[in-house]
Design a protein around this ligand. Sequence first.
Ligand code: KG4
Ligand code: ZN
Length: 356
Amino acid sequence: MNILGIETSCDETAAAVVADGCDVRSSLVSSQVKLHSEYGGVVPELAAREHLRNIDPLVLSALNESGLSSGELDGVAVTHAPGLVPALLVGLNYAKGLSLAGGIPLIGVNHFTAHVYSCFLEHPDLLQRNNFPILALVVSGGHTSLALITADGTCRIIGRTVDDAAGEAFDKGAKLLGLGYPGGVMIERNSQEGDPKKYRFPRGLCGGSGKAVPEKDRFNFSFSGVKTALLYELKKHSQPLSPEIVTNLCASYQAAITDALTVKTAAAAHHHQAASILLCGGVACNHQLRQKIGRESEKLGLNFIVASARYCTDNAAMIAGLGWHELKQARVADMQLDASPRLPEKLDPASFAPDF
Ligand code: KG4
Ligand code: ZN
């Protein structure tokens, strides 16, 4: 079955055609990074207008590239939550139009669950029962959460950030350093020659400096402290900063964020006796994070799967892929499907649990 995926939850307009959940026939992304870079973050109103301009040509190109005609589509899957509502509405309304005009099912996809699914796109064998329980670290500009997926199909959030997302911490840090957007890419690039131990930035909720971590925050994250620490450190230096100071600040800042993500993920995997660790979302592009979590997984003897960079950042292949699993389980939406900014407290059972 061929599914067209549409994604407009934030600052990327994306369209993809995926057959049977993992055969990516086309996957196109039109990035708005340049548009938002001068504001140091995404402006919802501008994002929505840009999606509106891009969506039709992008969907037509994705169809073209897939070699399929619109008559050969078996469904249209679209991100409806969570995200920026004005941006989500563009994709959602476009998908409703296609569904009505083509007489094909409309499938509502949760962006968070789709990030988890991005690891399955290239590793469909992950669905075998012995790879469960799966612990997924979803780490992006909007999310930093640990999801535990058990073989019975439940997907539970067992840890989340109590303030900023890790990607947001990268973006805000880069803004303070005057490095531009997206911050994670800029900080990673500028940290190459730096000393990660030069500045000791806090590892939030990891129990440093003799502070006990409350039980409720055992698997939670906090990134507001690291950003404030950077702000205070910057006040000690005269401007403009020397290249050496910039590279050391970037390396130390990146180390603090990747350490906190790694420590919590490894602790949660151990506690919940996970068989696999997945790493996904835009921040999963970070090489140091991949290495650190990869090393910990190896120590724990677990499978470690990280999506290719093109599937870590926002894309529509993950939407179309997960959409196929939803359709197989007859979870089809109607024209009442609404956009929502939030991740529901209780996630639907994961559609990608093993069939048995
Ligand atoms: O998943 P994504 O494309 O969009 C959201 O759903 O948020 O993630 C974007 C986030 C941004 O905060 C960006 O700074 C971060 O991913 N990011 C990175 C890297 N590449 C992108 N963070 C750290 N290192 C990177 N190489
Ligand atoms: Zn995302």
